[in-house]
Design a protein around this ligand. Structure first.
Ligand code: G3P
Length: 217
């Protein structure tokens, strides 16, 4: 499973990339607003930082304007993926951008039917939102499993990019189900390495090592 980082904070991306943990980046208008930075500038900067796909979202609501925005975003760098909302207009734009050899990520997916439509429109990625379904008392992970089944049933190449991930357990469940990508906030990505038995074991090893009075270097 690939890891994308769900943030527009370039310092966080750079830190995680140093540990080899970043296969790509996803942004959205809320994350751009949170960064307080110029959208096109920050997308360009992220694209320069990492080689993998960087999702940048259109803000128009009608297909012709989405297509125009998407083409402008795609000109920023070779690794830009144009993010489009899962609406009828978004699907039309997905079809057109795909035909123009531009990679797409159809976002705000909340049902397997929506995901099926995105795949039929030729989306490179579809982004099902787990946490926002959980917030409504619906099991978000079931959507990941259903999409996996649907895409496998028909041999769609569209990648399942699990989004709205809120915990390490979400990541583990996605990996078990077979999501292609998990886009993860930096804090959750750092949480994945933690285990209390790792900390306890390391503490014991260090204490015993000190008793030997030896040093490696
Ligand atoms: O990638 C989508 C993600 O940023 C949404 O997450 O936590 O706002 O539901 P959240």
């Amino acid at each position: 499973m690939k890891f994308f980082v769900d943030t527009a904070e370039t310092s966080e991306i750079a830190e995680l990339a140093e540990a080899g943990l970043v296969d790509g980046v996803t942004t959205n208008p809320s994350l751009i607003a949170k960064s307080g930075r110029d959208f096109l500038e920050v997308v360009k900067e992220i694209c320069d930082l990492i080689d993998g796909p960087v999702s940048a979202e259109v803000t128009a609501l009608e297909a012709p304007a989405m297509i125009a925005e998407g083409k402008k975003l795609a000109e920023l760098a070779d690794n830009v993926v144009v993010k489009l909302p899962l609406t009828f207009e978004g699907l039309k734009a997905c079809q057109a951008l795909t035909a123009a050899n531009i990679q797409t990520n159809v976002t705000l997916c909340f049902s397997a039917n929506q995901g099926l439509l995105a795949a039929k429109a030729g989306a490179t990625y579809v982004s099902p939102f787990i946490g926002r379904l959980d917030d409504l008392g619906v099991d978000g992970m079931e959507l990941i499993a259903n999409l996996r089944t649907v895409f496998d049933n028909y041999g769609f190449d569209t990648q399942i990019l699990a989004a709205s991930i809120r915990s390490a357990d979400h990541v583990q469940q996605c990996a078990l189900i077979g999501a292609d990508v998990a886009t993860v906030p930096p804090s959750v990505l750092k949480d994945l390495v933690k285990h209390q038995l790792t900390d306890k074991g390391l503490e014991a090893f260090m204490s015993d090592w000190q008793k030997t009075g030896q040093s490696i270097l």
